[in-house]
Design a binder for this molecule. Structure first.
Ligand code: FES
Length: 641
């Protein structure tokens, strides 16, 4: 008789294996994704499968009751002690005896899919660089002296066929106590991308280790603490980037470094401390030990990148904007000073696209995948610096544009961060010129009789809406000038020095106005953004785009219509203008959870064509024309007459 036929579901992978082959070996032979931490010792239960029963006409086979071997002693012991779910078998113990259909449940798969919740962006297929490997290490023997590390390595080679792995020194310092605490049985986290052992636990560790996906922005640092088994986000958090005290924007930090011999080192220390504090805080929130965090993936712009690496960013401040390195980096987290993580933790920094277009833009490309679209797609990541991508399957272009912090509420007279009390939505009646607004933390509009919130300022999305609404209500002319009370016909317009301001709200001790300087700051920011997008459109030879994706920490809060009224983004069908939320952060999470994503982005950045805005003569022309609201010459047919 021929060998038994094994069919694995849901993959449908099938093949014949000699009778007596374990299900785990059959899975490996047929390239089926079946997990194992203990290496087939019958203790981790990650290899569980569910055999089918009866006939499977579509597959043309019938599963006999004895298609798998009976429980052996190891499986029986597991079942007695821990209990197997009804019908489940340990793949490393059960052997194939006849034709069989085996279902691999999601928790036994390494490459399970994590669906993204936000509207756009790709879902993640788990393919983590880090896997757990349980090993039994030989005890030391005076007659055959060898080091603990050498015996540990020999065990990995023999039990897992793994050779040539590095062990960072800080982790080597832990090896001896861990081996003894585990009575010569330990679980090692191995980063297969870095080829390193990254953590050790005595005995069998069953829970998946954790990783940090970090979006290191110039203003804020956001991070997700992720389970490297399921991809689930266990905690999320953010802090202000403490480097702000050395300069609000990137160029002022570069100048700080030029003026102060220890400047780069000071800024490096500041960000390192903030990252460690964030890791500690998030581990506490998730109720896990920081030592269980074995990997960090970091995305950031080039200046942040250099300051994180401790490289003086001076070259990034002047043409030709040479990066110290643009490739993806695989480092020990300890080298970056991330001392709060496992002592052997590894770090992966996404590749930079160019001197002004960093790993954050690469992460946005990974998340939003314009390179896989048919439609001409414009992705703008709005922050202190805007990262802009334009293209589709055929071609992808990128640039960055210095918008400054106005979109984040900075440099605005009543500006504030997006926090409770900030005005985030604004509407102005075109007839009466009376405003109504909403503040963060309240569900009511300000004209609701039950509204009792006290606004404290105006945040980025609020100022964008306010300026767009002022234009729509005729309070602003196309050049951005605020009219006087007489011109506009409302007492809300008041003279402030030689210009006018529009009063949004007045309390007992505070007035929230939009001043002429505020309008100018927003005009500068939006012109920079628009000019960058337009420059890429010139390069791509297109006059319109099919799709616009607004990304960025506050991208999710921007109203697409107001962004277009303001002329932040080129004209497009409003139905095709979407918000992606923190796409850079999502890209970091993809790279954390998936080696395939790392390979993809490393290949893609080589294909992305970089456009340098600072030296492009047309950028200035586009910038000046974009100063008008929405624009001096470009048409906006989708905004209507
Ligand atoms: Fe660990 Fe089967 S591989 S129990």
């Amino acid at each position: 008789a021929s060998d038994p036929l094994v069919v694995f579901m849901p993959s449908g992978k099938r093949g014949r294996v000699p009778a007596g082959t374990s299900v785990l070996s059959a899975a490996r032979r047929l390239g089926v994704d079946l997990d194992s931490v203990c290496g087939g010792r019958g203790i981790c239960s990650r290899c569980q499968v569910q055999p089918g029963t009866g006939s499977f006409p579509k597959l043309g086979l019938t599963v006999a009751p004895d298609a798998l071997s009976k429980f052996n002693a190891v499986e029986q012991r597991y079942d007695d002690k821990r209990g197997l779910k009804a019908g489940r078998r340990l793949g490393c113990q059960a052997c194939v005896q006849g034709d069989v259909v085996l279902d691999v449940p999601p928790e036994s798969q390494v490459h399970r899919q994590v669906v993204r919740k936000a509207a756009s962006g790709r879902s993640i297929v788990m393919d983590p660089a880090t896997r757990l490997h349980f090993v039994t290490v030989e005890e030391p023997d005076m007659d055959a002296p060898s080091g603990d590390l050498e015996r540990f390595r020999a065990a990995l080679a023999e039990q897992w066929d793994l050779t040539g792995l590095g062990m960072p020194l800080p982790l080597l310092r832990r090896l001896q106590p861990v081996l003894r605490a585990g009575k010569w049985q330990v679980t090692a986290a191995i980063n297969h991308d870095a080829g390193q052992v990254t953590a050790l636990w005595p005995g069998l560790r069953e829970e998946a280790p954790l990783g940090l996906a970090i979006d290191l922005g110039s203003t804020t640092i956001a991070a997700h603490l992720c389970d490297l088994g399921t991809g689930e986000v266990r905690a999320s958090g953010g802090v202000m980037n403490p480097q702000i005290r050395f300069g609000e924007d990137l160029m002022s930090r570069v100048s700080y470094s030029m003026m102060n011999p220890d400047g780069a080192a000071e800024m490096n220390a500041a960000v390192r401390d903030a990252l460690n504090a964030l890791a500690v805080e998030m581990a506490a929130e998730a109720g896990v030990a920081t030592e269980d965090v074995v990997e960090a993936v970091i995305v950031c712009n080039p200046v942040m990148h250099h300051l994180l690496l401790g490289v003086d960013p001076v070259e990034l401040g002047q043409a030709p904007f040479a990066l110290a390195t643009s490739d993806a980096l695989r480092l020990d987290a300890a080298e970056l000073g991330l001392a709060a993580l496992s002592p052997g933790a590894s770090a992966y920094i996404l590749p930079c696209i160019a001197g002004h277009v960093g790993a954050d833009a690469a992460a946005v490309a990974l998340s939003e995948a314009p390179d896989q679209a048919e439609a001409m797609t414009l992705v703008v990541d709005v922050g202190t610096n805007a990262e802009i991508l334009l293209g589709n399957k055929e071609r992808l272009l990128a640039c960055s544009s210095p918008t400054g912090p106005a979109f984040e509420g900075a440099q605005i007279s009543s500006g504030q961060r997006a926090a409770a009390g900030a005005i985030e939505r604004v509407e102005i009646d075109p007839e009466t010129k009376e405003p109504r607004f909403r503040v963060i933390g309240s569900d009511l509009w300000s004209d609701d009789p039950a509204f009792d919130a006290v606004p404290t300022g105006i945040c980025g999305s609020g100022i964008i809406e306010a300026v767009a609404e002022m234009r729509l209500a005729g309070i602003l002319d196309p050049s951005g000038l605020i009219g006087s009370a007489a011109q506009v016909g409302t007492e809300r317009c008041t003279a402030e020095g030689r210009t006018n301001a529009y009063l949004l709200w007045e309390g007992d001790d505070r007035r929230i106005t939009v001043t002429q300087n505020d309008i100018r700051a927003i005009q500068l920011a939006k012109s920079a953004l628009y000019a960058g997008a337009r420059l890429l459109m010139d390069e791509a030879g297109v006059d319109t785009v099919d799709r616009v994706i607004l990304a960025g920490a506050f991208g999710a809060h921007i109203s697409p219509r107001h962004a277009m009224v303001l002329g932040m983004i080129p004209d497009a069908d409003l139905a095709h203008v979407t918000s992606a939320g923190n796409a850079a952060g999502h890209g970091a999470r993809m790279a954390l959870c998936s080696r395939a994503s790392r390979t993809h982005i490393e290949g893609l950045v080589r294909r992305i064509e970089k456009i340098e805005t600072a030296v492009a003569p047309r950028f200035q022309e586009h910038f000046v024309a974009a100063n008008a609201i929405p624009h001096a010459t470009d048409p906006f047919p989708h905004l209507g007459p």
